[in-house]
Design a protein around this ligand. Structure first.
Ligand code: FAD
Length: 317
């Protein structure tokens, strides 16, 4: 079922989660073990992230360095199929521009359609670590909006090869990313919202936000979106802070703020156990306020913290 249908049919705020594929070589059991404790809260859909290749240099005989491409977390599509089969739940694969030509994107979407996947989250993807800025694949998309456009055309039965006949249109519900604290590359919030509106006008059906720890930022973002004619559902994304390192790492990697009152709470914690509990408490408080504001769904970035996500869900749903 489409994410938008789940939202339309819901009588109260829905619960959804996002997981990462395990590191290459790990079994899918690790995914099941992280999801099983959350199933009693009936997630309406599970997002599975996509991780593109990284380049590493390997020392070879003779002392020369070979540049090798590796994908540490493959398996997005396989995991989606496995989740749908095992839990009878809607899985939402993330699909990115980076590393794909438009032809490869089309073929990937055909695979998803054949698997009975109804939703995709369409993203640009970040630059790979060895590149200072995002570089599209030759013949690939530069921005998420271009990917949204391609999916929209496939939903209207328009594939890349115009001479095809009797084609079956796809029927994807398309989600896109939104940033309550602005995407780090955008010169200002105004331009970022303008680009977000363009993604919606190009066919995006719903928005999932980047994680945030300050609800006021979400409410302000939501209002700006509505004031600018963005009328699709906006799903807030929350992450539970579970360790000391994350206090600086999350801000650095995701370009988000840790609000002062939360930071002060964290400063008082003696160890990671206390930080995790403070993170859970903060997330419960955020979730309750968001629910009170009648958000359609709260999307939890589990990032391996299944136990903490369960503690939050127990306190909220
Ligand atoms: P875009 O919407 O293309 O925007 C990128 C930047 O370009 C923004 O600053 C925007 O303002 C600007 N822009 C957009 N269109 C134009 C235009 N036409 N002209 C000029 N400027 C423009 N990354 C992964 O690799 N895998 C994942 O699974 C993944 N999942 C994510 C899930 C969520 C909910 C979120 C919020 C992010 C996720 N990311 C993931 C990270 C995401 O790929 C990065 O944040 C990336 O830098 C931007 O992606 P986007 O889709 O928002 O890009």
């Amino acid at each position: 079922m489409k994410v938008t249908e789940h939202i339309k049919n819901a009588k109260s705020t829905l619960f959804s989660i996002e997981i990462l594929p395990p590191l290459k070589g790990k079994s899918i059991q690790s995914i099941y073990d992280s999801i099983d404790p959350l199933m009693e809260f009936k997630p309406c859909f599970i997002d599975v992230t996509y991780h593109r290749e990284e380049y590493v240099y390997k020392k070879r005989d003779g002392g020369y360095l070979e540049k090798v491409s590796i994908r540490k977390r493959p398996g997005t599509v396989g995991i989606c199929a496995a989740l749908m089969n095992k839990y009878k739940i809607d899985a939402v694969p993330h699909i990115i521009c980076g590393g794909f030509t438009v032809e490869e994107t089309e073929n990937a979407l055909i695979d998803l359609q054949f698997l009975g996947i109804d939703n995709v989250l369409a993203l640009r993807g970040d630059s790979i670590k060895t590149e200072p800025a995002f570089v599209p694949e030759p013949g690939g998309h530069q921005y998420a909006i271009d990917l949204v456009g391609q999916i929209g055309r496939m939903n209207r039965g328009m594939y890349l090869h115009e001479d095809m006949q009797d084609v079956a249109p796809t029927n994807f519900c398309v989600g896109v990313a939104g940033y309550p604290e602005k995407h780090f590359e955008a010169p200002n919030m105004f331009s970022d919202i303008k680009m977000l509106k363009a993604k919606v006008d190009a066919g995006a059906d719903y928005i999932v936000t980047q994680m945030f720890f300050d609800n006021e930022k979400f409410f302000a973002f939501e209002k700006t979106c509505r004031d600018n004619g963005i009328n699709v559902p906006i799903i807030p994304g929350l992450k539970i802070l579970t360790g000391k390192k994350q206090i600086t790492a999350l801000a650095k990697v995701f370009h988000i703020d840790i609000p002062q009152p939360f930071y002060e709470e964290l400063e008082k914690c003696k160890d990671d156990k206390a930080i995790k509990q403070a993170g859970i408490n903060w997330c419960i408080q955020q979730s309750k306020e968001l629910m009170k504001a009648k958000v359609p769904c709260i999307h939890y970035y589990t990032m391996g913290a299944s136990e903490a996500t369960r503690a939050v869900a127990l306190g909220v749903f």
